[in-house]
Design a protein around this ligand. Structure first.
Ligand SMILES: C[S@@+](CC[C@H](N)C(=O)[O-])C[C@H]1O[C@@H](n2cnc3c(N)ncnc32)[C@H](O)[C@@H]1O
Length: 194
């Protein structure tokens, strides 16, 4: 019987080849990188802190946060994303695994960070409950998501409802500024902390 994640792996392995070419993925433009650095430092508790970056892709945010003094563990299901992340950030631990049930220690992370991944979970509420289990008491969820012009994604209201469904207080921060994306956008992009 085939693994239901085989299709996901194949899709994202394929995406990995060109993933960093998007301004917000590779953060190759210093101005875009600076915008994300400022945003992350605003949304996260101060370093040092342990961060689980779930669906970490090519490790761009993991590297950025490591450079800021955070202790980051990245998780991604795509072998090719993980291979690229390890090459980009050699000092960071990256685990090849399903983010829907991350094989990380419970109650051990000050932050669970996930950018553009919750929407792709087959059951976002169940995934988020598992993510919450990873947090230390007083730990924080930091979810960067969107409801994109392609029709994919989660609205800010949907993500807030998911976080509030865990009994947490959610704060929505819209991210309409072109400075994060390297171009003007007309769809909904945001961060929710809780
Ligand atoms: C849109 S990319 C975002 C990557 C990274 N968070 C970023 O913002 O640069 C989505 C990522 O989620 C990963 N992903 C998708 N489904 C996953 C799953 N079930 N478990 C772990 N990672 C998954 C993909 O391999 C891909 O790297």
């Amino acid at each position: 019987m085939s693994d239901p994640l085989d299709e996901t792996r194949a899709l994202w392995d394929d995406e990995a080849q060109t993933f960093d070419e998007a301004a917000d993925h590779g953060l190759r433009d210093p101005a875009v990188r600076a915008a994300w650095r400022t945003l992350m430092l605003d949304l996260l508790p101060p370093a040092p802190a342990r961060v689980a970056d779930l669906g970490c892709g090519t490790g761009t945010l993991a590297l950025l946060l490591t450079e800021e003094g955070y202790d980051v563990t990245g998780v991604d299901v795509s072998p090719e994303m993980v291979r690229r992340a390890r090459a980009k950030a050699p000092g960071v631990e990256f685990v090849e695994a399903d983010a829907a049930a991350p094989p990380l220690d419970r109650a051990s992370y000050d932050v669970v960070l996930s950018r553009h991944v919750l929407w792709a979970m087959p059951d976002p509420a169940a995934a988020l409950a598992r993510w919450q289990d990873l947090l230390t008491p007083g730990g924080r969820l930091v979810l960067v998501e969107g409801s994109w012009s392609t029709g994919a994604g989660l609205t800010g209201a949907e993500t807030v409802a998911l976080v509030e469904g865990l009994g947490r207080t959610a704060t929505l921060r819209p991210l309409p500024d072109a400075g994060y994306w390297g171009r003007e956008i007309s769809d909904e992009r945001y961060a929710v902390t809780g």
